[in-house]
Design a protein around this ligand. Structure first.
Ligand SMILES: *Cc1c(COP(=O)(O)O)cnc(C)c1O
Length: 389
């Protein structure tokens, strides 16, 4: 128990001592050089299965070139919020590109996906409204719900019967907003978007999806899970990030012109923060060009996914129903998980052990994320080491 006269710093250092006694204290590794399927740590090369750089664009020459050219023309910083000094033409270009890519009437960019979720959710609903989310929703969605002052209801992961039950019993709220990740970031499985869209329509609720992991990854053209399921107008609010497959930085929302205009007027994480630097916008535009024009990268990513999943299944691992390049290996307790991660690291492989609070207690796992840039030899090496864990 903290005593009343204890200083804040004393209290915090006690908390740290407690954390260090558990396996939950996180040490952050120093990476030398760019993000990629190979990382240099302490001068040693590691085969990495941890980034969300699904298409290998984070260090792509075209993106780097675009960013450099943008810095030459527009400088390194954007100086202020877009509402204060105005918007640079690259912001507009990026928004137009996103709207076209997602086949939506309009788009708005935020400095990150996290900020996009905060801005959207806390502005479109408020007191008197209800938000209904999947239990495994990304932390940025949960934080945003808290900021919104709306009532929050949570249904068990992908349990649409429970969702329907909540919809039936929440008719007295003004606005009802259902929010789901399309690809769940820790389990790698998909939300059943057609069924969710059906429920939203039947009960006159709005549907928002978070396509952070699906953008550039799912769908014939890389537009995400909505495209994969053949949905478009059924989704009221679609958000995504440019920091994963698109190889850059920034969050975005696409949808109706009124929605986007409303967000420009009211989303606090758009208004009260400095605009993305031109370099990030230019890199995103170049990344989207590659997503659109080089479907073979997406194809390779899915080939890698299939190959590794089959290999792991042959070794007898439980893969938690993943339907994406995120492949979790459930090892249950923290100790086993962190020891397995350590063993892999000693053998030159970087796969993060995921534990609470990121996942529920007793659901610790190794979380493999694949990239189009992984070679078959690298996947075979991974399988051989996992076999020996
Ligand atoms: C990564 C992620 C975000 C946040 O995106 P950033 O651009 O990294 O801030 C939001 N939602 C989900 C589901 C994510 O996985």
């Amino acid at each position: 128990m903290a005593m009343a006269d204890e200083s804040l710093l004393e209290y915090l250092s006690e908390q740290l001592v407690k954390l260090k006694k558990t396996t939950l204290y996180r040490k952050i590794k120093l990476i030398e050089g760019p993000c990629g399927s190979n990382l240099i740590i302490n001068g040693k090369k590691y085969l990495a299965f941890c980034s969300n750089d699904y298409l290998g664009l984070a260090n792509h020459p075209k993106l780097k070139q675009a960013a450099k050219a943008a810095i030459s023309q527009y400088g390194s910083g954007s100086g202020a919020s877009r509402l204060i000094c105005g918007t640079q033409s690259l912001h507009i270009q990026l928004e137009q590109k996103l709207a076209k890519f997602k086949q939506a009437p309009a788009a708005i960019v935020f400095p990150s996906g996290y900020m996009a979720n905060l801005g959207i959710i806390s502005s479109v609903v408020g007191r008197g409204d209800i938000i209904i989310i999947d239990r495994l929703s990304h932390a940025s969605i949960i934080d945003a719900c808290r900021l919104s002052y709306a009532k929050l209801a949570v249904y068990p992961h992908n349990d649409l019967n429970k969702l329907e039950h909540i919809l039936k019993r929440s008719q007295n709220y003004n606005q009802r907003l259902i929010i789901t990740d399309s690809i769940f970031s820790m389990d790698g499985d998909l939300a059943d978007l057609p069924a969710l869209a059906g429920l939203a329509r039947r009960y006159n609720a709005a549907l928002m999806i978070d396509e952070a992991h699906a953008t550039g990854v799912l769908g014939e053209s890389g537009r995400g899970a909505a495209e994969h399921f053949g949905l478009k107008d059924e989704i009221d609010i679609s958000m995504g990030t440019l920091s994963k497959a698109a190889g850059s930085m920034g969050g975005f929302v696409t949808g109706d012109k009124q929605l986007i205009d409303f967000l420009r007027q009211r989303a606090r994480s758009f208004i009260y923060t400095t605009a993305l630097p031109a370099a990030a916008c230019a890199a995103s535009i170049a990344g989207l060009d590659i997503i659109i024009n080089q479907p073979q990268l997406r194809k390779k990513l899915w080939q890698n996914t299939k190959y590794l999943k089959n290999g792991l299944k042959k070794l007898g691992f439980k893969l938690m129903g993943t339907q994406s390049p995120i492949i979790p290996i459930l090892l249950y307790d923290e100790d086993t998980t962190m020891r397995a991660a350590e063993y892999l690291f000693e053998h030159g492989i970087l796969i993060p052990g995921i534990r609470p609070p990121t996942v529920p207690k007793g659901k610790c796992r190794l979380r493999i994320s694949l990239s189009a840039t992984h070679s078959k030899d690298e996947l075979d090496y991974l399988l051989s080491i996992i076999k020996s864990v």
